[in-house]
Design a protein around this ligand. Sequence first.
Ligand code: ARG
Length: 280
Amino acid sequence: MTATTAPLTAVPEPEGRATPRRYLMCRPDHFEVSYAINPWMDTSTPVDRARAIGQWEALRAAYVAHGHTVETLAPEPGLPDMVFAANGGIAIGERAMAARFVHPERQPEGDAYQAWFEQAHRDVTRSTDDNEGQGDFLQVGEIMLAGTGFRTSVAAHREVERFFGVPVVTLELVDPRFYHLDTALAVLDAETVAYYPPAFTPASRTLLRRLFPDAIIATDEDAAVLGLNAVSDGHHVFLSAAATGLHDALRVRGFEPVGIELSELLKAGGSVKCCTLELH
Ligand code: ARG
């Protein structure tokens, strides 16, 4: 008689799948909307800077309360978008690549982030092509998803692949409201993402379906409040408090949404992930 193999029962994920993370943030001390480089920005809309700082401090406090480490870099006058730290570059282990911004208004930020990386990482380089850091580069397990179409170039995708030695999958963005990959796709854990299909070309949608057949598909309403601009520690997902549909979808999958209010920063087209550069 041959022993029959018992069917493998799915092992439920432990409650606390969260792992401690390190984030780099930049306080919005000089935040304003003084130029418009994406459709969310309207220079005639008044911005309450004190409120922006309060909202940003609450995000930082939420990370710390969940066991994460937050590093900060000094905000610089004249760089109102510097609060969007995700765009400063990419950092993995000892290596870091500082961004090369597309718009002249943000270009000096690249030097500031490079200087920060230089005191924290052993092997630092500067992108030689248009590269807006983790706004367009999101790591999922062993691969790097990379956005293009509005900011980061395909040449930069190849450069990141060479420098970090990770396979980079190019995804093409088509809707100007979702100009960075991190406005249209959120990484939830090493194999799970949530995304908004209309933000991508048909070819990129096909690619995403094949790579992530079980992905959470965001609704128009959740995408429109930048709900996908989220940060996950593997269990807790920090995201716009207004993305209520996404909160429910996350709970169904065993994630725990943590609602964050960043309405002032949304006036510049940014939310949770934009304010957060993960030091992988
Ligand atoms: N005003 C900024 C820009 O248009 C917002 C950047 C948002 N950052 C992000 N990672 N999506 O460049």
